[in-house]
Design a protein. Structure first.
Length: 364
């Protein structure tokens, strides 16, 4: 009983977005992929597809500071009710974390109830956008604050022509976290439903409210997120590769949190590196992944050996390299879940890396 209570306590911390002290892992631990260790404040080369170590000290990226004379993008926010949508209506929530299914240790028994929720959306439109033209864009999960929070970075990168003049669309989740909550249903399940929801329910509202036209070209569409938002970004590109080709993740939850259980994908997002990427044909996905040396390790009751965020991202790097994907992987020392201190240094680089090559064939 004492052990179960401790596990439940860890789960409670995880589901509220907090984390207990996690063990620090070393970049040269057994089972880790080979890394190149960078100097303090250094980011990887833009033309590299490989694994890199940064930290333990970080230098704030200069692109985070406003520069006089740089054209200023515009940020708009709006919201809509789940009752106004066809998909993900109504939402779900749980009162307690749930218990391990005695017939299947890979999933939980969770009691849920339906909820109504508001979807908040923040949109950054660059000053360089020309009305009536199709804009490349990036969807960011767990918003809407990223639209304003990344504004200075985007203003600077676009002005320096290091990324195209992208529209950034940051949308909130439906509430809660992990199994039995709306956020978990949207982000962790292995299907294209949430990408379809964004296509049908979010993007038309963005175009109407912000007076922009968004590209249909998957090469001009990116998805970004942290934690389960990171797994959601890859899930969108994997299952709706007709819509998205570019992915940026931090502390990606490439672990087993899908719920309810789907026998076609019994390992949830852990299946990406276990079976899907190694065994399925290579997809046109360009992906940036990153993790902290103190990232999450088994923060729930399941103990299914599929809840180690560091191992999951290590495994992702290995299979992406073996399969010949365009990828870059950062292992961030002295950094926990979400790797905020490391992002302070590398995020502008990550934006530039993810968008590298866009429009090259068309001469855009």
């Amino acid at each position: 009983m004492r052990k179960l209570s401790a596990f439940v306590l860890i789960a409670a911390f995880s589901s509220t977005g907090l984390s207990m002290a996690q063990p620090a892992r070393n970049y040269d631990d057994k089972g880790a992929p080979p890394f190149k260790v960078l100097k303090e404040g250094e980011n990887p080369p833009l033309d590299a597809n490989d694994n890199f170590v940064i930290g333990p000290k970080y230098v704030a990226a200069p692109e985070r500071k406003p520069v006089e004379g740089v054209p200023q993008g515009k940020v708009t926010q709006f919201e809509f009710d789940s009752k106004e949508t066809k998909l993900f209506n109504p939402g779900i929530a749980r009162k307690v974390f749930g218990t391990v299914d005695p017939k299947n240790p890979k999933t939980l028994i969770v009691e849920t109830h339906t909820i109504d929720y508001k979807r908040r959306v923040g949109v950054y439109v660059p000053a360089q956008y020309k009305e009536g033209t199709e804009a490349p864009f990036m969807v960011v999960h767990d918003g809407p604050g990223a639209a304003g929070g990344y504004k200075t970075i985007l203003d600077n990168l676009i002005a320096q022509k290091r990324i195209p003049p992208i529209v950034l669309i940051s949308l909130s989740n439906g509430g809660g976290d992990a199994q039995g909550h709306e956020r978990g249903k949207e982000y962790d399940n292995m299907n294209g439903d949430f990408a379809t929801y964004i296509e049908d329910e979010v993007l038309p509202r963005v175009e109407k409210n912000c007076k922009v036209k968004l590209t249909k070209d998957p090469e001009g569409r990116a998805a970004m997120g942290s934690s389960s938002g990171g797994s959601a970004a890859l899930i969108m590109a994997w299952f709706r590769n007709d819509l998205y080709h570019r992915v940026l993740t931090t502390s990606g939850t490439f672990v087993n949190q899908a719920w309810p259980f789907d026998s076609k994908y019994p390992d949830g997002a852990w299946g990406f590196h276990e079976t899907l990427i190694p065994k399925e044909p290579k997809k046109p996905i360009r992906i940036f992944i990153s993790v902290g040396d103190k990232d999450l390790l088994n923060p729930n009751v399941m103990r299914d050996n599929m809840h180690d965020w560091v191992e999951a991202n290590h495994r992702m790097a290995k299979v992406l390299k073996d399969k010949g994907y365009e990828y870059q992987y950062l292992f961030c020392r002295n950094s926990g879940h979400g790797i905020g201190n490391a992002q302070n240094q590398f995020l502008p680089h990550a934006f530039e890396w993810v968008w590298k090559g866009y429009g090259a064939k068309e001469g855009k």
